[in-house]
Design a protein around this ligand. Structure first.
Ligand SMILES: C[S@@+](CC[C@H](N)C(=O)[O-])C[C@H]1O[C@@H](n2cnc3c(N)ncnc32)[C@H](O)[C@@H]1O
Length: 225
């Protein structure tokens, strides 16, 4: 079954015609979304399926999709996000809060993500999954979808990053890689969780420019599905 068929089976047919997104202008704002680590990850793994855990407006997604296009890879992207700004900073900072597009007290920024992927003409390769990262992990496991590459940039508290790393590393195919954002003094929860995860799993941890990167050994047994 193709990814499109698997997503259709859970009611996600990627028909956005009922969503008011055409009235928005493209706004591809992100954080460290064009770092060189994306290019390196694609060169190393040549991913068929990428999970992005935390997409916001799609800046890092658009960059990765551009790399895939340049490399002529048929990469498909599963974007996991509540699109509720599930991070205190995104609510407290007035500029970021504006991006949430609150309507009646509820975020509607998913429309901006959809606007942006249409602007970049990558909507056919993108599968948004609007739920928490842990719910998405379990659902994707039940659908039998294995990523080659996972970009982790959702919750930034230590317990959130620890959970995302544990879940999504277990989902990753042997030889695949997991990497993410905000490995920096400003985000001690990310640093703590990543350091602990790498040590516990005896993984080589590469860091720099606020990113972290770990590859799953090719001989590792895949998680049972
Ligand atoms: C830092 S932003 C992602 C930025 C994006 N990767 C980029 O570079 O443009 C974090 C996103 O993670 C989402 N998020 C936070 N915690 C989450 C969780 N537990 N499950 C799903 N999404 C979550 C937020 O809604 C937000 O859109």
């Amino acid at each position: 079954m193709s990814l499109a068929q698997k997503f259709s089976s859970i009611g996600l047919n990627r028909d956005y015609s009922e969503l008011d997104f055409q009235s928005l202008s493209p706004d591809i704002q992100g954080w460290g979304s064009t770092n060189l680590v994306f290019q390196r990850a694609f060169e190393l793994v040549k991913p068929r399926i990428v999970f992005e855990v935390g997409s916001w407006k799609g800046a890092s997604l658009c960059h990765m999709a551009g790399i895939a296009k340049t490399m002529d890879l048929p990469t498909e992207f599963i974007c996991i996000d509540t699109w509720l700004g599930s991070n205190d900073t995104l609510w407290i900072n007035p500029e970021f809060r504006k991006s949430l597009m609150l309507k009646g007290g509820y975020p509607t920024m998913f429309r901006q993500f959809i606007r942006n992927i249409h602007d970049q003409n990558i909507q056919d390769r993108v599968y948004p999954l609007p739920m928490t990262s842990s719910a998405a992990y379990h659902l994707l496991k039940r659908l039998g979808i294995t990523p080659d590459l996972v970009y982790v940039d959702a919750g930034h508290e230590e317990e959130e990053v620890r959970t995302d790393l544990n879940l999504y590393y277990s989902a990753l195919r042997p030889g695949g890689a997991i990497f993410g954002d905000d490995y920096s003094a400003a985000w001690p929860g990310v640093v703590g969780a990543v350091n602990r995860f790498a040590a516990d799993n005896s993984l080589l941890l590469a860091t720099g420019a606020g990113k972290f990167f770990m590859q799953k050994p090719a001989g590792t047994q895949a998680a049972p599905t």
